[in-house]
Design a binder for this molecule. Structure first.
Ligand code: KIV
Ligand code: ZN
Length: 531
């Protein structure tokens, strides 16, 4: 019997304003196509989720496979700080297996589910209402004999007759459930509807005030987060969600959106979570790394564009006073800063601000000239990078800005991870430098970065490196983004090519060139000569 939980989470008399975050990235999320994870990846994610401060980690469904059992068992043994939960059907075998998988955890929960809607009763379970109640009661009692923390989920609750749902939940509380979860399994409900249902459940389910009422909303109509928030407004004190909203079909409510909505609109919801919000972006990035899925640019909170401003009017506003166009501080979600993306919509304020951050002080006359040339360039290019601005200031063609240029590159990968990378680089002073590097296990991109470091003599202390496809298909262009820390300053380089190693090489050379020009103090002194 698990007696260790008492002082962790899910206490029977919950503090009224604490909304528990139940993360199901590793269960509902992982079962979705494209998001499966190996045991070590799940373990890595589970540590990150505990660090993020989620109250409950649903680590898997132990009865479903030996791999799931092993992952839940390992997470239960090694991950501390959150309650570790396993899913079980309302069957003795599932419940006992779940308990065995969870046993090593300091605090654990058995999550029993049984469908309650007429469609599921008739076509899936072939059970009458009474049989559903009896089966659920026996399952919850069995789980309670093994564990003090038991959650019951009424699968497809939002398509269940409300009076029957009330009966089921009352019976499960009486049988010992400490959390009752009301899933919108097929993402069918609306905010007004779920609010009305939860209000009624709070009023009519017997014993509801002694347990935690929970929402689990799928996103089939894009309403997963809105429905979860409506449930909270009506009294739910646990939200089941997943990082980046992954899960069955269209997914679950996105954890980062629920958490930031509750935080940003605390004035409205009057509740809190225990999430360490600056870890939201790193956790979403870890999930993307582990699963190979990319986070859409426009994804709320953790997408690249979530704090990026393109429109000139917005840029002007944000530069004057951040809150004109930002409702959250980027740092609170783990994003370093709001990003002003320079392009054809940008105005003089945004250009001047970026020039200043690059170390260029320009007077009004210089600014008129630079702004005119910037607009011409921005009409031709989607995004104007820092290196393009260097070129503008220095009166050069952005494509030829040096001092280093890529003359030749060659990469060969061999079986078992051996890679050779070779480059020939040209320097403005007339030198041609060639270097070759052979390494084991690092991959071609890494080998290319190392050989560029050796050829130029500039150390690339990498803070962040991303490669992403700009379109679909085998011939899609790859875009590399490299952030490097050098002598206490951050330098960013970008490269776009159909060949990702070449894109990485271009990004690395942009960084090297920026570092070298800064070193020589060339940029600043040339401003005076050229502008
Ligand atoms: O969507 C659902 O109903 C579920 C249950 C197992 C909670 O994932
Ligand atoms: Zn689900």
């Amino acid at each position: 019997m698990n007696r260790k939980n008492a002082d962790v989470v899910a206490e029977p008399s919950p503090s009224r304003d604490h909304v528990r975050i139940f993360d199901t990235t590793l269960r509902d999320g992982e079962q979705a196509p494209g998001f499966s994870m190996s045991l070590s990846q799940k373990l890595h994610m589970a540590h990150a989720l505990a660090e993020l401060g989620v109250d409950v980690i649903e680590a898997g469904f132990p009865r479903v496979s030996d791999d799931d059992f092993a992952a839940v068992h390992r997470i239960a043994r090694e991950v501390h700080g959150s309650v570790i939960c396993g899913l079980a059907r309302a069957q003795a075998g599932d419940i006992d297996t779940c308990a065995r998988a969870l046993e090593p955890a300091a605090a654990w929960r058995i999550h029993v589910f049984l469908a309650t809607s007429p469609l599921h009763r008739e076509h899936k379970l072939n059970m009458s209402r009474d049989q559903v109640i009896d089966t659920g009661t026996a399952a919850v009692r069995r789980a309670r004999s093994l564990c003090e923390d038991v959650e019951f989920s009424a699968e497809d609750a939002l398509r269940t007759e409300p009076e029957f749902l009330i009966e089921v939940l009352s019976a499960m509380i009486q049988a010992g459930a400490t959390t009752v979860n009301v899933p919108d399994t097929v993402g069918y409900t609306t905010p007004a509807e779920i609010h009305a249902l939860f209000t009624r459940l709070k009023r009519e389910v017997r014993g509801i005030d002694k347990v935690i009422l929970s929402a689990h909303c799928h996103d089939d109509l894009g309403l997963g987060v809105a429905n979860s928030l409506a449930a909270v407004a009506a009294g739910a004190r646990q939200v089941e969600c997943a990082i980046a909203g992954i899960g069955e079909r269209a997914g679950n409510a996105a954890l980062e959106e629920v958490v930031m909505a509750l935080r940003t609109r605390e004035d409205h919801f009057k509740v809190r979570t225990r999430i360490r919000t600056p870890l939201l972006l790193p956790t979403a990035r870890l999930l993307a790394d582990v699963t190979g899925a990319t986070i859409p640019r426009n994804k709320a909170i953790v997408g690249d564009n979530a704090f990026a401003h393109e429109s000139g009017i917005h840029q002007h506003g944000v530069l004057r006073h951040r809150e004109t166009y930002e409702i959250m501080r980027p740092e609170d979600a783990g994003v370093k800063r709001s990003q002003i993306v320079l392009g054809k919509h940008s105005g003089r304020h945004a250009l001047r601000d970026r020039l200043q951050s690059l170390g260029y002080e320009v007077d009004e006359a210089q600014m008129d000239d630079l702004f005119a040339r910037f607009k011409t360039l921005a009409d031709k290019k989607k995004e104007v990078f820092d290196s393009d601005l260097d070129a503008l200031v220095l009166g050069q063609d952005p494509a030829t800005l040096g001092p280093w240029r890529l003359v030749q590159m060659h990469v060969t990968s061999h079986l078992h991870g051996r890679v050779s990378a070779a480059v020939r680089l040209g320097h403005d002073d007339g030198r041609i430098v060639g270097k070759t590097e052979t390494s084991l296990g690092d991959g071609p991109v890494h080998a290319m970065l190392r050989v560029i470091e050796r050829a130029t003599g500039v150390d690339l202390n990498i803070v962040d490196f991303q490669i992403r496809s700009l379109s679909y298909g085998a011939d899609a262009q790859g875009r590399a983004l490299l952030r490097v820390n050098h002598a206490g300053r951050e330098f960013v380089g970008r490269g776009v090519s159909i060949d990702i190693v070449e894109a990485a090489a271009m990004a690395a050379l942009e960084v090297v060139n920026r570092i070298e020009r800064t070193r020589q103090g060339q940029a600043l002194s040339l401003v005076a000569n050229h502008v």
